[in-house]
Each structure stands twice: as structure tokens, then as C-alpha cells.
Design a protein around this ligand. Structure first.
Ligand code: HEM
Length: 248
């Protein structure tokens, strides 16, 4: 993720400027390269504004967004104010900030979607666990991405939209998953994490692996004959544990 800051000086017509941005953020928000945005107005000098846009990467912004139809629509709205731009640059986040969630650190929803797409491509082709997933729905990778996003501190979409813990549990009940299958599942997921470029720092990977180890063991336990897992429970929320990003 990269943050772009655009500082504007808008000596007159603040209302029109804000109205133009209210329209411009419609195509901006639809662009897959844009993670979030925020326009703030200076209290001490009201003609000054700062627009903050979080992009998936500088390249995605400059090559992906700038060449898209969303940019054309966005730019048409804000064009009259371009002369008032005093700064427009990309900034890399540093460690000095409120502790990010694992979800943010990983790269947000898009990162988990990339992860599960690649992961299930490998799962399906795998001789040991592929057959378990032979009849999975085409939405399965996306559902697991939404589950993982919620676990790692992202939006609670699996709970609100997909049936929460009881639905996830129901998918594993009675499947009689074995330890060798669990191990392969974990191993393919870790390979996929490398392949899609999830952050490789020790802190993130330790926390990520911690949940995956825990979650897969629970999936195996719950899948055994006679297992009596709780019928209702919240989706777990996983944090950094004992090793958050290091701050000297
Ligand atoms: C952290 C560990 C795990 C997570 C987060 C997880 C997540 C999920 C979720 C969210 C679903 C339901 C998808 C939906 O809503 O459509 C599901 C289904 C399933 N999971 Fe897991 N799972 C885990 C471990 C495992 C393991 C270790 C295995 C087997 C080795 C496994 C086998 C399956 C199977 C066979 C299904 C049903 C597929 C179908 O629809 O045909 N899961 N899993």
C-alpha cells in the first residue's frame, strides 16, 4: 500500500470544490486500485485542503488507475482545481502509527482474495486434498478470503453476509479430515502466501501461521465422527500476539 497526499489551495469557491470532489470520489471509489480516500480542510487556513488517497501501490495508481475509465471520470470533475495543487506525492507508511491490524498489514481484502485464488488453484490440482474440494462452489475461494479477512481484523462480512461461524463449521462437520490432509492444506497455503507476496516479515508470518495452525487443527477436530463443537460462536479475531511490529 502507498499513500498519496495532494495539497490544494482553493482561494475561492470552496463549496464548488467540495461538491466536485463529492462527485469525483464516485469513480475513484469504484477503482480497484483505490483502498480509501479522505479530503480534509484546514481549520487555520480554510483555503487549504489535503486529499489523502491510499493506493494498492504507486504503480497500480500511475499505470492502472491513470489509464482507466474511472480516472477519466474522476479527472473531468476536478480538472478546474488542478492549478491549485501545491503538492502531489506518494508516501510510504512507516512503523510510526497506531498498530495496524493483520488484515491491513497483509494488504487488505484484495490481498486475501489473491491468496485464496492462487491457493485453491493449487488445492484443486493436489493429489492428496484436491478430491476433498472437487465439488466446491466457485465462490469458495472468495468466501474463505472473506473469512480470513474477518479473522485478521478486517470487516465482519463473513458474520454479516455469509452465515458466520455456524456456516463455516457446517462445511467441516463429518468430513473426517486427516492430519496428513491438514498438513498439505497448510503447506499449500504457505506456498500461496509466498507466491502472491504476502508480507514476509517474521512478525506477520508468525501471527498468520499461528492462526492457520490453530484453525486447521480445529477444522480437523470438528470434522471427526461424534465431534460436538459449540453450535454457535463468534468468528475468531486474531492479533499480533506477543510480537507486534517492532518499535525501538
Ligand atoms: C484455518 C483453517 C480453515 C479455514 C479458515 C477454512 C475455511 C473454510 C470455509 C470458510 C469454508 C466454507 C466456504 C463457504 O462459505 O462457502 C470451508 C469449507 C471447506 N473446508 Fe475449510 N477451512 C480451514 C481448514 C480446512 C482444512 C484443513 C481442510 C481439509 C484438509 C478443509 C476442507 C474444507 C472442505 C472440504 C470444505 C467444503 C468444500 C465444499 O464446499 O465442497 N478446511 N472451509
Amino acid at each position: 500500500m502507498i499513500v498519496e497526499y495532494i495539497r490544494y489551495r482553493v482561494p475561492a469557491a470552496a463549496e464548488e470544490f467540495e461538491a466536485a470532489y463529492r462527485r469525483a470520489v464516485v469513480p475513484l471509489g469504484k477503482a480497484p486500485q483505490c483502498l480509501d480516500y479522505e479530503l480534509s480542510r484546514c481549520v487555520d487556513e480554510p483555503e487549504c485542503y489535503i486529499l489523502r488517497i491510499a493506493w494498492t501501490s504507486a504503480e497500480d495508481h500511475l499505470k492502472g488507475f491513470r489509464n482507466s475509465a474511472h480516472f477519466a471520470e474522476f479527472f473531468a470533475e476536478i480538472k478546474p482545481y488542478v492549478a491549485g495543487i501545491e503538492e502531489m506525492r506518494h508516501y510510504e507508511q512507516t512503523i510510526v502509527r497506531t498498530e495496524p491490524t493483520l488484515f491491513d498489514w497483509a494488504g487488505g481484502a484484495e490481498a486475501f482474495e489473491r491468496l485464496t485464488q492462487v491457493f485453491y488453484d493449487h488445492v484443486i490440482a493436489d493429489d492428496l486434498i484436491g478430491p476433498l474440494f472437487a465439488h466446491m462452489s466457485p465462490d469458495h475461494p472468495q468466501h474463505v478470503a472473506i473469512w480470513l479477512s474477518e479473522v485478521f481484523g478486517g470487516p465482519d462480512r463473513y458474520t454479516r453476509e455469509l452465515g458466520g461461524y455456524p456456516r463455516m463449521l457446517a462445511h467441516h462437520l463429518g468430513k473426517q479430515l486427516r492430519e496428513d490432509q491438514r498438513r498439505r492444506w497448510v503447506s499449500l497455503l504457505m506456498d500461496a502466501a509466498d507466491e502472491v507476496g504476502l508480507p514476509g516479515d517474521p512478525e506477520f508470518r508468525a501471527a498468520f501461521a499461528g492462526y492457520i495452525e490453530w484453525g486447521t487443527r480445529i477444522a480437523v477436530q470438528n470434522s471427526q465422527p461424534g465431534a460436538t463443537p459449540p453450535a454457535q460462536a463468534p468468528v475468531p479475531r486474531w492479533g499480533w500476539g506477543v510480537a507486534p511490529p517492532y518499535q525501538p
